[in-house]
Design a protein. Sequence first.
Length: 368
Amino acid sequence: MSAAGGFLFCSMDFQPHIAKFAARMAEVETELGDPKVFENNRRAQELGREYARLKKLVQLGDRLSKALMELRDNQALTEGDDDEMREMAADEVAALEEEIPRLEKELQFGLVPPDPADSRNTIVEIRAGAGGDEASLFVGDLYRMYTHYATAQGWSHELMEGNAAELGGYREVVFALNGEEVYKLMKFESGVHRVQRVPATEASGRIHTSTVTVAVLPEAEEVDVEIDPADLEVDVYRSSGPGGQSVNTTDSAVRITHKPTGLVVTCQDEKSQHKNKAKAMKVLRSRLLDQRLAEEQAKYAAKRKSQVGTGERNERIRTYNFPQNRVSDHRIELTLHSLPQFMEGEIDEMINSLMQHDLEEKLAGIDT
């Protein structure tokens, strides 16, 4: 489409979508004007977030329309007789040709309905798979990588449960990440992560292959998942460290079993039994919510065979090859040759690429 017709840089006509956004924004504004809506605080918050999102998209659409008109006018001026005016117009054209693709990209993201879980805090579970001690060491490496990334994002992190291995690392580690858009950025990390390297204990220099599983769960609130206390079996016991040695003289560790699903959560990180139980309940709620969401996603997963965002954790999603200094994501066939920096938490390029791929998959299903 030409600049005069509306959109020069991409084939998508945004105007029908912007009109829908504006109409919906008016509806939300009317609903927010009713005092009764604030009797349901959760609903009021949802409407507030929706209104802010729609307002931003409508403003982006208005700016894009104006930018395209300005581009058309300035392109015409570059054909004029006034040298000074031609030079000024050429500068404006160059600036607009940079701005318009950025606006279009932001609008493309806005066309995809947001995942309601994207703004939630997140529970991350990392477990050793095949590979014995080397797998446990890599669990520790990934835990460190994600906490470094979290710090760079301005998020906080809290250890929920750490089952330390005798030679270092963890057989299992569970931690919470709290901040803005945590789940949105972290959700593509779910899956099987494979590491190829020479273990420190390997005298012959032979490369070993080990696997680790990562589960990223949106943190559930009590209103999301109703848990009947009668469905819980709560056991308390003395916490233990590597090798099973006791690290506490009181029964502060907690094990909660959800009888209907068979899910078991343990927590012994705190010295207080009450705090351990609260942490364990937070993890249990998040696992139950994740289970429910997985069931809902399965209904349409067969229709959309994207490997990104499916949450299928039995697939190998990424390989970390230390001898070759590369990390490869098999879902989008992206390889980065900066493994040391990656393991220090510099994973933005990978995550941004996964998000872009997911966006393109979803946009392909939108009638444009």
